[in-house]
Design a protein around this ligand. Structure first.
Ligand code: SF4
Length: 680
């Protein structure tokens, strides 16, 4: 039987709303938006995008649309979504955007479209399951508290009191609970420990409630992680009716769509860590102790599994960070017995669980987790799947602990996304400020397996030519040479003197960031902030509040960061952001494209770096009134043939290689437009 279409399940939504007003009448001067929005400006790109989205929804077509910062993308898709009368899932890359949609854009549109309360939009905002409290786990803990330390006891009291009054179970309501609370991890609603309909707290479960709410909603706001976690669960369960928590929808809008490949890759892969073994053993122990069922033979099976797992993970190849597990076959030849020993320990635990008399419901869940570990470990060590790269990651945990992850990631997610997602959806809309390379979507469409999509690249609302100057120093050494850091630090110092600080200096590696930061420490007259010295949100807040601050950061600040106004007047990037070629997933993708006769450098590495560079530079101009300097310290953009692809993909910033022009740009006080600028 073929898998059903999403739309087969879509219930008719009450009415198609406000179709008596055309999109033009809504967005154009004098229209609804101009009368209701306090900062209204007519944006041609916004109207064009709304028309394209409406057409895609009406004709059940896929659409890919690049719309730069300032287009007003969210309203451009929300208005057609509301008018479509379909149930639509909106998936975003960041929590900020989810919150903006739910707390700002949708309430605004509700008021604008239905000023007298004629209609009410049914909207649901869903986060990942680990954001919600699991009532069952909390109640179990209440029966037999296993808490360590005063802090955990305090957190427990706060959560237990809050559980009685909260309607959502969303931890965001508990501002006092620290982000890294160890207790929360023990009582959140992650799916691997959930008993589903067999749970005694099912009727009052926050996840059940969220699912019910989503079933009644017209618009469901999620993030890409939740969307793909849900999709992969549905895939594994072959569309069992109660698999996953997202209801079926008539369309899905992917905002910040440039992140889809990475997120999808992580959910369609497999990951087994030493921590997962430990967690399983601990969960079983705690539960069986509580139920007075921990027999000597079960304790023995748990002890054996712990020992076997410890031994097996210690045998895995050594190395730091992420690295390919290329020697799997040799490893298995040498250590096959230890692998079998671990598998047998899992089998033994599985049968011990099976043999328990009158099992409490959670035991079935433990048995499922045990079996899942066995299957996944088998795949990781023995599979010969050609579309999968196998790799290892070591991360430092707390207290000298090392977390070791055995990973398998699809090399090409396109065939998976095509069959599991795009072929089954009637309408998918992909949008972002950074999807096109040199004006074409070829790269993105190919990487994602999206076929037969309509395409649109919309004009920007910003006057980039006058708002931003793009400077590349022609005289700096190649960033791959050892001389680069010292020269780059000198030039950064000079540039910051001109801009009076107020800058992000963004790096492609921690090592380069730390090196340049150390060289400039004590040399700058402006406050210097360094990534890692405080959490990201705190650093950003400090940056906003500290006059002339300079922030040194790496990849996590290249995206989803919004600082408007003069406080951010300069963005400096150290080098063209090619993905690290030794990264196991990148290396496997490169090898696979080359092996098929393609040219991985031009088909994959350059386009991916173009998208990242566009994201990084996108931090500077966030509103019509922003103005400032963009710097790329890597002059390969001028000297190498591939540099042209980057230049042609960037917005039409005014460009220069002359430091004097930079001084003039800041010196003239307005826009520097009178100054002739030497072109790149
Ligand atoms: S249904 Fe699952 S998430 Fe909900 S309370 Fe029960 S175990 Fe927890």
């Amino acid at each position: 039987m073929s898998a059903p279409h999403y739309s087969d399940f879509v219930p008719p939504v009450s009415d198609a709303r406000k179709r008596d007003v055309s999109l033009y009448q809504f967005f154009a001067p004098g229209g609804v938006l101009s009368r209701t929005h306090p900062a209204y400006e007519f944006r041609r790109g916004q109207l064009q995008m709304a028309q394209a989205v409406e057409q895609a929804l009406e004709e059940n077509r896929h659409l890919i649309v690049e719309a730069g910062t300032g287009t007003g993308k969210t309203l451009a898709y929300l208005v057609p979504v509301i008018r479509s009368g379909k149930r639509v899932i909106i998936s975003t890359g960041t929590k900020n955007l989810q919150e903006q949609l739910f707390h700002k854009d949708i309430p605004f549109l509700e008021q604008a479209l239905f000023p007298h309360g004629e209609d009410k939009l049914k909207v649901c905002y869903m986060k990942g399951r680990n954001n919600y409290l699991c009532r069952k786990k909390l109640y179990d803990l209440t029966d037999q508290p296993v808490l360590s330390g005063l802090e955990e006891i305090e957190h427990y009291r706060a959560i237990a009191a809050w559980e009685k009054v909260t309607n959502t179970g969303d931890r965001a309501e508990l501002a006092s609970l620290p982000e890294a609370s160890a207790l929360w991890h023990k009582i959140d609603a992650r799916s691997d420990t959930c008993l589903g309909q067999k749970c005694s707290a099912w009727d009052r479960c926050f996840i059940t409630e969220m699912h019910r709410k989503a079933m009644e909603s017209d618009i469901i706001i999620v993030n890409h992680h939740l969307f793909f976690a849900d999709l992969s669960i549905k895939q594994q369960a072959e569309y069992a009716p109660d698999a996953g928590i997202l209801p079926e929808a008539g369309a899905v809008i992917f905002d910040e769509g440039h992140e889809l490949e990475d997120v999808a890759g992580s959910y369609f892969g497999v990951s087994v860590s030493n921590g997962r073994f430990e967690e399983l053993c601990r969960d079983i122990e705690v539960s069986l102790q509580r139920n007075h069922m921990l027999s000597a033979s079960l304790s023995g099976a748990l002890k054996s599994l712990r020992e076997r797992a410890l031994f097996f993970f210690a045998l895995l190849p050594q190395g730091d960070g992420r690295f390919a597990f290329e020697s799997r076959r040799e490893f298995m030849e040498e250590n096959g017995d230890e692998f079998l020993g671990l598998q047998q320990a899992l089998t033994r635990l599985g049968s011990e669980l099976e043999n328990l008399p009158s099992k409490p419901e959670e035991v079935f869940n433990f048995a499922r987790r045990t079996q899942e570990l066995q299957v996944q470990l088998g795949f990781l060590m023995e599979s010969e799947d050609r579309n999968t790269v196998f790799w290892i990651e070591r991360r430092r945990g707390g207290r000298d602990k090392q977390n070791v992850f055995l990973q398998a990631t699809p090399i090409d997610v396109a065939p998976i996304l095509k069959t599991c997602l795009f072929d089954k959806l009637e309408c998918a809309v992909l949008t972002s400020a950074t999807l096109a390379v040199g004006g074409s979507f070829e790269y993105m469409l190919q990487r994602l397996g999206l076929e037969h999509a309509r395409e649109a690249v919309l004009p920007s609302h910003f006057d980039y030519e006058n708002q931003a100057l793009f400077y590349v120093p022609p005289d700096l050494p190649d960033p791959r040479t050892p001389q680069f850091a010292a020269k780059a630090a000198d030039r950064i110092r000079r540039l910051l003197e001109i801009t009076r600080g107020r800058a992000f200096v963004l790096f492609t590696s921690y090592a380069q960031m730390n090196d340049v930061y150390q060289r400039l420490l004590g040399e700058l007259e402006f406050p210097m902030l360094l990534q890692g010295d405080a959490p990201k949100t705190a650093l950003l807040e400090e940056f906003r509040l500290t006059p002339h601050a300079v922030l040194f950061a790496t990849s996590s600040f290249w995206q989803g960061v919004d600082v408007q106004g003069e406080q951010l007047s300069c963005v400096i990037i150290d080098r063209l952001p090619f993905a690290v070629p030794s990264d196991p997933v990148v290396a496997a993708r490169v090898k696979s494209i080359d092996a098929e006769g393609g040219n991985a450098f031009f088909q994959y590495q350059v386009p991916a770096a173009v998208i990242t560079l566009k994201q990084g530079f996108g931090r500077l101009i966030r509103s019509l009134h922003d103005r400032g300097l963009l710097v790329l310290l890597d002059n390969r953009i001028l000297k190498k043939q591939y540099g042209k692809v980057f230049v042609e993909s960037l917005p039409p910033y005014r460009r220069t290689t002359d430091l004097k022009q930079v001084e003039d740009f800041f010196g003239c006080g307005t826009c520097g437009a009178d100054t002739p600028v030497r072109r790149l």
